[in-house]
Design a protein. Structure first.
Length: 92
């Protein structure tokens, strides 16, 4: 994924201060992995995923936490492969 991915959401949410029914997720950089790793120290998988989705979309973690499970899963499908790759390499 080199181009940002737009995900259609099932309902409208306030993200980055704007009411919208879609979220755009960009490809992570190493700096994103470092940020999420340091902020979520001791957090579970959902804490890490929520922070990563927020980091890559410009939304906040509390905004992402308001997502329905189905919207969260759609976004998680995009972000999870990057976290798995980083973890396999000894990071994140």
């Amino acid at each position: 994924m080199s181009e940002p991915v737009k995900v259609k959401l099932s309902t409208t949410y306030k993200l980055a201060g704007v009411e919208t029914d879609e979220i755009t997720i960009r490809e992570p950089k190493v700096a994103d992995l470092i940020t999420v790793e340091s902020v979520s120290n001791g957090g579970g998988n959902n804490a890490v995923l929520t922070l990563m989705i927020a980091q890559l979309s410009g939304a906040t973690q509390p905004e992402i936490a308001q997502f329905s499970i189905s919207d969260y899963k759609r976004c998680s499908k995009i972000v999870t492969p990057f976290l798995i790759e980083a973890s396999a390499d000894g990071d994140a």
